[in-house]
Design a protein. Structure first.
Length: 505
């Protein structure tokens, strides 16, 4: 039996008391119109007609005292629903789409009411509901994008690299990531998922950012050593001034390499605040703005082991080395000058490292553009007209002693990912964009494939508003690239890849 009624709803002792009137035949004959927004269905019934979910004008729906075993997700179409009674049925679960009915009143289960009525009840209730939210299906595998369909070449070397900002535990709080269940923010949960992802893709070289000191030595290093890796690490510069206990929780950068393929030669540390102090002459804001940021970069000189190089007919070719750098630079809308200065200092230090490795290292001919473009004007807007004049002038004058007004570097760098292949590497409620990069020397290496982004359709269909998430252990997604080296310059190390990440913390 289905009754549609003009009904007044009142509340007494927390119960809905429904009164209604039925239109008489006389009223109908006199042209009286029926307008109803509430519906009660009783029998008892076991199944509901799909046409019910087309009544999107309903504000109240009473399905109590039936034999219903399920409610379809189409109930979310009743967007104006304020009252819903499903009591005294045989329901074992409810569709998550009920959460989309934001106008529902009195929708709390009894166990939820105790949170609502206590101190800070709203916050506790939201936390309880979030922690008990049904987790959506796992995302589909990220697709591999082939950049060089013709693999008939005979490369001298093939290797893969991963860049991954794992999100340090101390930054991963409910205050920052309020949309994620607390159990999915917990480091014990996240570190297992991070390690599983790293091992799943099995890159030859790993560049990881935001790793806590203790977690590097007690978790990542021993775990990855069991799978054929070794690595180096350095914390941010603030660790120098801390107690041994506090130093454990300082995050930094790590580089891991597959020991069956590479042998370790030497490591290098780039501390931007130390470089700022050393270059503060004639640049007052170097101390005021750059020195106060303790971001770092590290570099590792690796050597290919025998059996992994295809020399062709050149049996006299020397062992081939690869220089890998991993940097986590500062980013803040108010400090974009610092980000740019750190990048300039990074490239200057890497040029010094390359000249140390190979004193004959030099790029002849015209200058290349900075990072992507190999050059940047010393009056670039991102310097914010801060007082870096002395430092910038000294670097720009270093080419033949002439005042060229540009800062340059001598690496022919290119980005492994295009904007089409990676439209965002960081996804949070308040920010979505690319802030992770892999650069490589384009005159020595060719990217033959990259790991595609997380499915955008999946993100939309499952209403993932940000990471971390039960299926995404960091607010960043990993980058993975496979490179080929077709030939080598005699004695010149490959500047093979530079993973980088900048983040507002």
């Amino acid at each position: 039996m289905i009754r549609s009624k003009c009904r007044r709803i009142s509340m007494k002792n927390n119960d809905l008391r429904r009164t209604y009137t039925l239109m008489s035949a006389e009223d109908a004959a006199n042209g009286k119109k029926s307008k109803w927004t509430e519906l009660e269905i009783t029998a008892p019934i076991r199944n509901l007609s799909p046409t019910l979910w087309q009544l999107d004008f309903l504000t109240a729906l009473f399905l109590n005292d039936n034999h219903l075993t399920k409610i379809p997700p189409e109930i979310a179409r009743l967007a104006q629903l304020k009252h819903l009674d499903l009591s005294s049925n045989k329901l074992r679960s409810l569709p998550s789409e009920l959460g989309d009915l934001v106008t529902l009143r009195k929708s709390l289960a009894p166990r939820c009411v105790k949170y609502k009525c206590g101190t800070n009840g709203t916050a506790k209730l939201l936390s309880f509901l979030l922690d008990n939210l049904t987790v959506c299906p796992r995302p589909p595998d990220r697709q591999w994008i082939s950049l060089q369909p013709d693999r008939s070449r005979n490369p001298a070397l093939t290797f893969s690299v991963m860049c991954y900002n794992v999100l340090c535990d101390k930054y991963c709080t409910r205050q920052i990531y309020g949309y994620c269940p607390s159990w999915a923010l917990d480091w014990e949960y996240r570190k297992t998922a991070i390690l599983k992802e790293i091992l799943h893709y099995g890159a030859d070289i790993l560049g990881l950012q935001e790793i806590e000191t203790e977690q590097f030595f007690n978790f990542f290093l021993p775990e990855l050593q069991q799978h054929g890796y070794n690595g180096i690490f350095s914390p941010k510069s603030r660790a120098r001034t801390m107690t041994e206990e506090d130093r454990k929780y300082v995050d930094g950068c790590a580089i891991f390499y597959r020991t069956s393929k590479f042998s370790f030669v030497k490591e290098y540390l780039i501390e931007f605040n130390q470089l700022a102090m050393a270059n503060a002459s004639g640049a007052d804001d170097m101390l005021n703005r750059v020195m106060t940021k303790d971001n770092i970069g590290i570099a590792a000189l690796l050597e290919l082991k025998e059996g992994y190089l295809n020399y062709g007919n050149d049996v006299n070719m020397p062992r081939q080395q690869v220089l890998v750098s991993n940097v986590h630079i500062h980013w803040d809308p108010e400090f974009k000058d610092v980000k740019l200065i750190q990048t300039v200092m990074l490239m200057h230090e890497l040029m010094n490292i390359m000249q140390e490795i190979n004193p004959g290292f030099m790029v002849q001919g015209g200058v290349v553009e900075f990072l992507d473009n190999g050059r940047v004007r010393i009056d670039h807007g991102d310097f914010l007209e801060m007082k870096y004049d002395g430092f910038l002038s000294r670097l720009s004058n270093s080419k033949n002693g002439e005042k060229c007004g540009d800062l340059t570097h001598c690496f022919k760098l290119d980005r492994a990912y295009s904007e089409e292949q990676m439209s965002y590497s960081n996804l949070t409620y308040s920010f979505t964009g690319v802030i992770d990069y892999i650069y490589y020397t384009s005159d020595l290496l060719i990217p033959v494939g990259v790991l595609g982004s997380v499915s955008q359709d999946y993100i939309k269909e499952n209403k993932v508003i940000g990471w971390p998430h039960p299926h995404f252990p960091s607010d960043h997604q990993s980058l993975l690239v496979e490179f080929e080296a077709l030939s080598f310059s005699n004695g010149v190390p490959i500047y093979g890849y530079m993973p980088g990440s900048h983040h507002p913390r």
